[in-house]
Design a protein around this ligand. Structure first.
Ligand code: ATP
Length: 219
């Protein structure tokens, strides 16, 4: 089993997230990509736009018709600040022999990874798939990988990637550019405009039913 973990606030989940997950799954031959909506992110003091329960439910609706995608509530139900290492430990502890974990990170997040809690332990437990954000250009310059991370990995010319002493890899993946973001979706809703085609229809209906992201959001 090759399991991908895709963390984020998903506030709300949109087509960019879903297309990324599907592409990563195909490119890296993953059996499943599991969305892991955050609870209270460690670097955010206030609750994001929609309450965690709503964000989780919207992801559930969005992945329901794709057997290659799933969702986990592990961060939403965990009390207190949510750290990626706790989630990686959670999934890693449930793997069978021969299974592999792949943590999927946008380039923006990956560039900060050297400051994450217990990142060295994390990189002993999971491969990392780094994805491009729309408009980010083609290649990731080697120099942009945080120095502390670079020091822990060696370039593997056979795989054209980076591998550490635990056999875990950093894999860079260029995704199709889809210029959609959760903040743009929230902004459209705030102005009373349509978000049709930017999010799955079920998510759009959920947002409307619960009056999310408008002047007086339901939390
Ligand atoms: P916001 O606009 O509020 O910052 P977001 O759209 O970036 O939100 P997040 O939940 O913060 O959504 O993102 C989760 C992950 O999805 C991040 O790693 C981010 O880089 C990635 N991501 C978000 N939008 C896209 C997109 N359009 N294409 C590819 N990856 C994306």
């Amino acid at each position: 089993m090759r399991l991908g973990l895709f963390g984020g606030t998903f506030d709300p989940i949109h087509s960019g997230h879903l297309k990324s997950a599907e592409e990563v799954r195909e490119v890296h031959a993953l059996d499943k990509v599991c969305f892991v909506p955050s609870g209270v992110p460690p670097h955010r003091s206030a609750e994001p736009g929609a309450a965690a329960g709503h964000r989780l439910e919207m992801v559930r609706l969005a992945v329901a018709d794709n057997p290659g995608l799933c969702v986990s509530d592990v961060e939403v139900v965990r009390p207190g600040a949510s750290y990626s290492i706790d989630t990686v430990r959670h999934f890693s502890g449930r793997l069978a022999q021969g299974d592999d974990l792949y943590l999927i990170l946008g380039l923006d997040a990956f560039l900060l990874i050297g400051s994450w809690k217990d990142w060295r332990e994390m990189m002993a437990l999971t491969h990392i798939i780094v994805t491009s954000r729309p408009g980010a250009g083609d290649a990731l310059p080697y120099e942009r990988i945080p120095v502390v991370v670079r020091e822990a990995f060696c370039y593997d010319p056979v795989r054209s990637g980076f591998r550490n002493e635990f056999g875990k890899e950093i894999l860079f993946t260029r995704l199709t550019d889809l210029f959609v973001s959760a903040s743009a979706v929230r902004e459209l809703l705030g102005k009373g405009k349509s978000i049709r085609y930017l999010v799955p229809e079920e998510v759009q209906l959920y947002v409307e039913r619960h009056h999310l992201y408008n002047e007086s959001p339901e939390c």
